[in-house]
Design a protein around this ligand. Sequence first.
Ligand code: FDA
Length: 319
Amino acid sequence: MLRKALLAAAASERIRGLLTTAPAANAVVSRYVAGESIQDALAVARALRSDGLLVSLDYLGEDTTDAQRAAATAAQYVHLLGRLADEGLSEGGAVEVSVKPTAIGLRLSPAGPGVPGERIAAEHLERIAVAAREAGTTVTVDAEDHLTTDATLRIATGLRARRRSDGSGSVGSVVQAALRRTEADVRELAAPGVRVRLCKGAYAEPLAEAFTARHDIDRSFARCLRTLMAGPGYPMIATHDPRLIAITRSLGLGRSPDSFEYQMLYGVRPDEQRRLAESGARVRVYVPYGGDWYRYLVRRLAERPANLALFLRSLGSSS
Ligand code: FDA
């Protein structure tokens, strides 16, 4: 309930103004976000690589209704991938990128007959995927609220089908255990070579579309996990939940350690990230950067009310 209320309250311009201008915001933001610039992102990526961790960089932003902004976001990714290649960071997929479809146009109203947001987002994503392939790395298409799921999966599947002919298969999909449809999606996605990130889901969804009780989401996660780990694809298990990590570890005993990976967010359980990597597992850290951090931060605070309490207390003491 609290999580849902927080996610809903986050839409208020007043709350946004308060949170983004409060001096105390900086400390909380810097726990979860690498910084505003590409240099900040590269510095964090380098540091994580030197600890033996893999990285996925996310340029913050979402829900754009401005076509130029969508194009600029795609251009930022292409530039970033060039920088990663120059520094040798993207080699072998060590540092890849994660992209939100609504940041590159999925929610744009039609720009003209026959040019809906889905096509614009698909074209931008293709540009990013080509840059990723040239940099020797991959792209993962983030999952957003359930209204975007069909289009998001279609865009990624379409790109994979086109790119299969050149053997790259570099576009990965994300599924959310909270959505009722996800078990069926996972059965389709568990195909040879397909990279699938499984996460719980960070959006407030209607009951008709999603499980809302924690134990129902966890059970759905475990079922999807079993399907992915038994399949011929490349599972990317994105959770900080110790129980689900333990299940992944035991299912992983039947696979080679390089045929799947764990994924965690920058700033969340960093010791566990290193511990898993030291045990020989592939571990990737999702690292967001950029100035548009507000909604990303709210989702992180909503996941852990203790963080929110800390944040509100520091706001109180700074005013
Ligand atoms: P859960 O929320 O139950 O947390 C388990 C434990 O982890 C907590 O008890 C706490 O110790 C720690 N923890 C979790 N969140 C924390 C936080 N914010 N701060 C501090 N500690 C925290 N979602 C989505 O809808 N679309 C997407 O594309 C992605 N992509 C994505 C990539 C990666 C790499 C990760 C790890 C996660 C996502 N997510 C996502 C977010 C995901 O859906 C989910 O909201 C969070 O991962 C939290 O869920 P957990 O599985 O960690 O479990």
